[in-house]
Design a protein around this ligand. Structure first.
Ligand code: C2E
Ligand code: CA
Ligand code: CA
Ligand code: CA
Length: 275
């Protein structure tokens, strides 16, 4: 039994070593990825639920790794944060998203995800000002998506930055709403223009009574506070129908479109609807 125990430990150690080695290799590749122009943005349409028209897009980061292929953000964002690279990558995302959105019709907005670490960067307001100015994009067309986790880690400087950006007309969205902590107190203290209801509440809509109650309550709350609501992860016509009947303004999900390249998104904008 003793030998077996030691064997198990050894196996565990080897696995840990392998994983750490893999992380290190990926981190050093990540360090060069910006310079080597290996990042891409995909765009997922945001539609007005009542008529299916595209009102904007969320920019979603991809890494075209030379050997491993196209990697989703889940595979490298945390790594980039640990390696202190998220500021540089996030700045690229903001610049690229604003440049590409400047080619779209004026009523089509662009939403960009911000990491909590990026938000603690004292230069964030300047970085965003520069991205907008260089692209010639009106501030009102940019929306920043911030999660409750980000809010959890805020200090007074981040709060100032949020208000400054809001004052310039940049829109602020609370992402993954309902999955974090103390969501309601954030709504009171920060200038959110939008709530994005997390996909976990949308999934069983129409089958889980509690989910319906929660979604209805969020929509009602947002309405009274003058905020727009986007439902995330809408995959079925039934979910879209229910959300529309609840008065939910916008939706995003595979039902309408998967995230697509800038070129394909441009084609969707020609008809103005992904369906
Ligand atoms: P998120 O902000 O919640 O983005 C939505 C995620 O849900 C995207 O995954 C999208 O592809 C996926 N999705 C959209 N519609 C559906 C649907 O109908 N069903 C299902 N099952 N999934 C759907 P993705 O692209 O893998 O991004 C994952 C997360 O990575 C994002 O979650 C966001 O938190 C983060 N992320 C993406 N781009 C950036 C970025 O530029 N910077 C930072 N800091 N984080 C990013
Ligand atoms: Ca998001
Ligand atoms: Ca989300
Ligand atoms: Ca999410």
């Amino acid at each position: 039994a003793k030998a077996e125990g030691r064997g198990t430990w050894r196996l565990y150690d080897v696995e840990m070593d392998e994983r750490q080695k893999d992380r290190r290799i990926l981190q050093s590749a990540l360090r060069q990825a910006v310079l080597r122009d290996e990042f891409r943005l995909e765009y997922q349409p945001l539609v007005n639920l009542a008529d299916g028209r595209i009102v904007g897009a969320e920019a979603l980061l991809r890494w075209q790794h030379p050997e491993r292929g196209l990697l989703p953000p889940g595979d490298f964002i945390a790594l980039a944060e640990d390696a202190g690279l998220i500021g540089q990558i996030g700045e690229w995302v903001l610049g690229q998203a604003c440049r590409e959105a400047a080619n779209w019709p004026e009523h089509v907005g662009i939403a960009v995800n911000l990491s909590p670490l990026q938000f603690r960067d004292s230069g964030l307001v300047e970085i965003i000002d520069r991205a907008l100015a260089q692209a010639g994009l009106a501030p009102g067309r940019l929306e920043l998506e911030i999660t409750e986790t980000t809010m959890l880690e805020t200090n007074s400087e981040t709060v100032d930055a949020l208000w400054q950006l809001h004052g310039r007309g940049v829109r602020v969205a609370l992402d993954d709403f309902g999955t974090g902590y103390s969501s309601l107190s954030y709504l009171r203290r920060f200038p959110f223009d939008k709530i994005k209801i997390d996909r976990s509440f949308i999934r069983d809509l129409g089958y889980e009574k509690d989910d319906s109650s929660i979604v209805l309550a969020i929509i009602g709350l947002a309405e009274r506070m003058g905020m727009v609501v986007t439902a995330e992860g809408v995959e079925t016509p039934r979910q879209a129908e229910i959300l529309n009947s609840y008065g939910c303004g916008q939706a995003q999900g595979y039902l309408f479109s998967r995230p697509v390249s800038a070129a394909v998104f441009g084609e969707l904008l020609v008809t103005g609807t992904p369906l």
